[in-house]
Design a protein around this ligand. Structure first.
Ligand SMILES: *Cc1c(COP(=O)(O)O)cnc(C)c1O
Length: 363
């Protein structure tokens, strides 16, 4: 029986990358040390981290005036680092509340002493749609506008074509769709993403920060580990970086490149998502809460409308090798994560299973 992992994160990795890691661990280099045992000051790791940065710059077409940083602490730490480093003129940020993670970011900014204003929210609509930036949004009142490009839990996305337009600084949490679809980096002043959704194993988080903007900030009362500048000054090695996670990330980035880059993966992802959404839309047994262009390519959220039945079907799916399909505990239902490394065969197997479940449970 084949087995597929639909987990939202940590998520599926390319099988060739897993194979490479296994081989690298077994291979004795001249040094006789594996990647798990090497110093971050070794020339071997220096090559890896620089290669990862260069590959990412190439894949996302990141302009030279942006720093690319490797940080620990996940997306959640970025919810605090961003306001501490980049909200020092007005001490105020604006947030588009498109889901659970946007909401968390707003709360974290408040916790670190900044004022976070929700300028629009789709919470009253149970996050089935994306909030729209109000036409009278006063960008000059805030240090930046925080958005979540892909709402991992709710299954909605601001794609490049429907990004909110602000004359001020735009900051994006791309944790669950970075490299899954193209974005123009120069539309943003900062981007961050935890690796464990689409880039590698857990343990490392990317931050891409416009250097001029950071240089304008007067940062006070913030220790070195929480300052982007420390990571810039020390090539992300102010302290010991997550060596293994960065190594695995560099392999995933090479894999993305070999697949044909973001453009090609975007085409693949559109095909996978369309195949699943088309099936769900023609079925009168399953419903997709998010509509049209706002739908996510990487996290497909759906339900039968009956929580107990959803749970039962997820359990049956698991028995048949289709793992981690249950929706986030806060929303229930199903969530099929179709990250870059998810093959089309997984989508086909899922649809075959869902058809069977529909026949079995439809009254
Ligand atoms: C997973 C996720 C986070 C949180 O990431 P952690 O690494 O667990 O802190 C933040 N934002 C989005 C959009 C996510 O999907």
């Amino acid at each position: 029986m084949s087995s597929y992992n639909f987990s939202a994160g940590p998520g599926v990795l390319p099988s060739s990358v897993i194979k490479q890691i296994r081989e690298d661990l077994e291979k004795e280099e001249n040094s006789h040390y594996s990647i798990l045992e090497i110093s971050h000051r070794s020339s071997q790791f220096d090559g890896i981290i620089h290669h990862a940065e260069e590959r990412l710059r190439q894949l996302m077409d990141i302009p030279d005036d942006y720093a690319v940083l490797f940080i620990q602490g996940g997306g959640a730490l970025q919810f605090e680092m961003l306001p501490l480093n980049l909200a020092n003129q007005k001490n105020k940020i604006a947030v588009l509340d498109s889901g659970n993670f946007a909401n968390k970011a707003a709360k974290a900014a408040q916790e670190v002493g900044k004022e976070a204003t929700i300028v629009a929210s789709s919470k009253p609509d149970h996050y089935r749609s994306l909030p729209k930036l109000p036409a009278d949004f006063a960008a000059a009142d805030y240090d930046y506008l925080h958005i979540t490009t892909n709402n991992t839990i709710e299954g909605s996305t601001y794609h490049q074509e429907n990004l909110p337009k602000t004359p001020g600084h735009l900051v994006a949490d791309m944790s669950s769709n970075i490299l899954a679809e193209p974005y123009d980096v120069s539309d943003f002043s900062a981007i961050f993403a935890g690796a464990q959704k689409n880039l590698g194993p857990a343990g490392v988080t990317l931050a891409i920060v416009k250097k001029d903007w950071l240089a304008e900030q007067k940062i006070e009362g913030v220790g070195p580990m929480m300052r982007y500048q420390s990571y810039i000054d020390k090539d992300s090695m102010y302290n010991t970086p997550p060596v293994f996670s960065i190594y695995a990330l560099s392999l995933v980035l090479d894999w993305v490149f070999e697949q044909g880059g973001v453009k090609q993966l975007y085409l693949n992802n559109q095909k996978k998502a369309k195949r699943l959404y088309d099936y769900l839309d023609q079925s009168d047994f399953y419903q997709v809460p998010v509509c049209g262009q706002q739908r996510s390519l990487t996290n497909v959220v759906f339900t039968t409308g009956d929580n107990d039945l959803d749970r039962k079907i997820s359990w049956q799916a698991d028995q048949e090798g289709l793992h981690n399909l249950a929706g986030h505990r806060s929303v229930g239902g199903f969530r099929a994560s179709l990250y870059n490394a998810q093959p089309m065969t997984a989508v086909e197997a899922l649809i075959t299973f869902l058809q069977k479940a529909e026949r079995e449970h439809k009254s």
